[in-house]
Design a protein around this ligand. Structure first.
Ligand code: ADP
Ligand code: MG
Length: 322
């Protein structure tokens, strides 16, 4: 198929959003913003062999490419609206493209997002780059920067599952299509878009957890010019993770592994009651794992005792990255 036919066949869908004035097919897409709301733009790239194993199914790659962007949208408390897709492919394989686009649109449809444009190129390596544009209530934008001393440090869901799932895949101990909760968490992350909008009026700061809990909390605390203390035994772990890897490794996956796409946020001291409210409203675990401090360091404890954690979270150009 030529490029024009490829775009028409796999990426052009009937437009369901009246605010998309011009979609795929012209030189640019034109969207009408909602009066009184601010626009939010995020972008995230998946490189084959770096962000996912080369043998990951195309539908999962499509889903993940959208989900990782939705996670950034969630972290800003924004509503996702439109996306563009830059696709670099080694070859135009119809089966791969069919599966990829079905996974991509499945993730998009859960949030009624339209694909409004993109770019298609051939290259040495499959690279998928998506930009999502969303909007947000200007009064309730969540940023990394608002945490205050004594705030509670909270997280959604359970952590470390996806990193453990990826570890299983990389050690070849489990097949990709195995009926395994950890691998499923890696293949099909679900961003906390609606939860984030509920917490936004209450939270002082937020970040999504994509590169590992420890490193991502550090980013939030630095942006807020504060420090923090987290208790390892308060980190929410799934029973599957602990059963398969034991408590120590489970905590390591949670602290240093990536790909959770959960939310980490801070709440004013004394607002513990909100946790169960959020949890019930969104049927998701919400845990308080620590507190914001004024010493500009992130300290870990285990059962209250100091615990020396050496972070090896992912850095593309850092000592432990590639
Ligand atoms: P141009 O030469 O003006 O850059 P293209 O031929 O690259 O135009 O693209 C034609 C139309 O198809 C544009 O509207 C563009 O946004 C859209 N498009 C190209 N690639 C993709 C893609 N992978 N997904 C969605 N839309 C795409
Ligand atoms: Mg053009």
């Amino acid at each position: 198929v030529d490029e024009f036919e490829l775009i028409r066949r796999y990426f052009t869908r009937e437009l369901i959003d009246a605010d998309v004035r011009i979609g795929i097919g012209d030189d640019g897409a034109v969207m009408r913003p909602t009066t009184g709301r601010d626009l939010v733009a995020v972008m995230d790239t998946l490189v084959e062999g770096v962000h996912f194993p080369v043998d990951l199914g195309a539908a999962d790659i499509g889903w993940r490419a959208v989900a990782v962007n939705l996670s950034d949208i969630a972290a800003m408390a924004a509503t996702p609206r439109w996306m563009t897709l830059a696709l670099t492919l080694r070859e135009a394989n119809p089966d791969w493209l069919q599966d990829f686009s079905s996974g991509l649109f499945a993730a998009a449809e859960e949030h009624s997002i339209s694909l409004v444009g993109g770019d298609t190129t051939r290259g040495q390596q499959n690279i998928i780059s998506i930009q999502i544009c969303g909007d947000v209530d200007p009064d309730f934008i969540l940023t990394r920067a608002g945490a205050r001393v004594r705030d509670l440090i909270c997280v959604s869901g359970t952590l470390g599952d996806a990193a453990a799932g990826l570890n299983l895949l990389q050690s070849n101990s489990v097949m990709l299509d195995a009926d395994n909760d950890l691998i499923r968490r890696f293949r099909r992350p679900n961003a906390r878009v609606s939860l984030a909008q509920t917490i936004a009026p209450h939270a002082s700061a937020a970040i999504d957890i994509s590169d590992g809990l420890y490193g991502d909390i550090q980013k939030l605390l630095r942006a807020s010019d504060t420090g923090g203390r987290i208790e390892l035994d308060s980190i929410p772990l799934s029973s599957t993770l602990v059963e398969q890897f034991g408590l120590d490794r489970a905590q390591q996956f949670a602290l240093g592994g990536g790909d959770d796409y959960e939310l980490c946020f801070t709440l004013p001291a004394g607002s513990e009651a909100l946790l169960s409210e959020f949890s019930q409203q969104h049927t998701v675990r919400i845990s308080c794992i620590g507190v914001v401090t004024d010493n500009h360091k992130l300290i870990c404890t285990r059962q209250g005792e100091p615990f020396n954690y050496v972070d090896q979270g992912y850095h593309h150009f850092g000592a432990s990255g590639s």
